[in-house]
Unconditional design. Structure first.
Length: 94
């Protein structure tokens, strides 16, 4: 297995490496790595995992939704939205 996702996760400081998730992500998402997919992450904290996905999946559009955004990221690949995903308040569309 390529440890590239581990290195990227460490670089951006996401807890996905600390909790041991990265090998599972590589296994299940590896075939999609260079595909133009849309990835939705609910709960983005400080955006470290969004930046990790951006670096590892260069063709993906990444949407991060959080009830209390600590970071407002808008890049070619990343869009963040502040919303309560349970109540859709304020309403968000993606």
């Amino acid at each position: 297995m390529d440890a590239l996702l581990d290195r990227i996760a460490l670089q951006f400081g996401t807890d996905k490496f600390v909790h041991g998730y990265t090998p599972y992500y590589e296994r299940h998402l590896g075939l999609l790595r260079f595909e133009p997919i849309t990835l939705l992450e609910i709960g983005v904290w400080d955006g470290a995992s969004l930046r990790t996905w951006e670096a590892w999946m260069p063709e993906a559009q990444i949407i991060g939704v959080d009830i209390a955004l600590r970071v407002d990221l808008h890049t070619r690949q990343i869009t963040t939205i502040q919303s309560d995903i349970k109540t859709n308040d304020p309403p968000c569309s993606f």
